[in-house]
Design a binder for this molecule. Structure first.
Ligand code: PDD
Length: 282
């Protein structure tokens, strides 16, 4: 594939960075994944806003406009043949001459981007979707999960525990047994037709799929949504459980910790929500 690195496009094999890059040494960077279907990106503006906000949180100074990011995304889509792509955007603090924890002065950020294949856009059809199986774990990450940091070891370790157990994802709960999110997705329950998802705070990423979905549902008005604390008890007794991310849209979960969610089948509220999302996501 063709990638972007610090101003140039090149085959992936030719992209090289310094081992002194702080992204490599410290996970000192911010990233994004923007989905694109047949050349059309979903949520481009909010994705870039979140990345700019993230760079602000950690004082990485890179004054790129939305148009500059758009050009890189468009070029990667074109150079990689379109189709269904996730565009990965990454800004690390850059390579210093020494390893010292404090933010260095006068180091240029490293900007890297590549495109990878993602599943086709979700079809809102119960017969065409495979339900996800997840397990549950105590959320052992840090207290700044709202920052989309490239330091993902906590997420990776949680995901791996689920993966090794044959799960597609893992639902995470804080020390009070309140749902935070999944290791790479936001999480939701449905009970008696009402959707509930944890409020945005330091315990979860402000997902762009979540943002777009909640705004579509609010505008439509036919499905009630609550942003509130969701307990583990509620998750285990929910009629439906969903997870969302840029590469999955709204994914229905049919099994939690080996037990069926509701009747163990993909739910009607999922169908209604994914139908609205599919029609209005752009
Ligand atoms: N993951 N929460 C976490 C911890 C995530 O890593 C992600 C995204 C989400 C969903 O956010 P969004 O809807 O903006 O994709 C929630 C990306 C896709 C990844 O790391 O590959």
């Amino acid at each position: 594939s063709i990638v972007y690195l610090d101003g140039a496009y090149m085959p992936m094999e030719e992209a090289k960075i310094s081992p002194m890059d702080r992204g490599f040494l410290f996970g000192d960077g911010i990233y994004e994944v923007v989905p694109s279907y047949d050349g059309k990106m979903v949520g481009f503006g909010p994705h870039i806003d979140r990345m700019i906000e993230g760079m602000g949180f950690i004082d990485i100074k890179l004054d790129w406009s939305h148009d500059q990011w758009k050009d890189v995304c468009d070029q990667l889509i074109e150079k990689n043949g379109g189709g269904n792509l996730g565009i990965y955007l990454h800004v690390s603090r850059g390579a210093d001459s020494k390893r010292f924890h404090a933010y260095p002065d006068n180091v240029a950020p490293t900007v890297f981007a590549f495109a990878f294949e993602i599943p086709p856009a979700t079809v809102a059809d119960k017969t065409k979707i495979k339900g996800y199986k997840v397990n549950t774990q105590q959320d052992l990450r840090w207290d700044r999960c709202n920052i989309k940091s490239t330091a993902l070891l906590g997420n990776v370790m949680h995901f791996q525990v689920g993966h090794a157990a044959g799960m597609n994802e893992t639902l995470l709960f804080n020390a009070n047994d309140e749902l935070t999110e999944a290791s790479a997705c936001n999480a939701y329950i449905v009970k008696d037709g009402v959707v509930a998802t944890p409020p945005l705070d330091h315990q979860c990423l402000p997902g762009i799929t979540r943002k777009i979905l909640l705004s579509i549902l609010a505008k439509d008005g036919s499905i009630k949504v609550e942003e509130r604390i969701v307990t583990k008890e509620e998750v285990l007794n929910a009629d439906e459980v969903w997870i969302t991310s840029s590469s999955k849209e709204i994914a229905p979960v049919i099994e939690v910790d080996g037990k069926p969610v509701g009747n163990g089948e993909v739910g009607d509220v999922w169908l209604a929500a994914q139908t609205l999302y599919s029609a209005q996501k752009y």
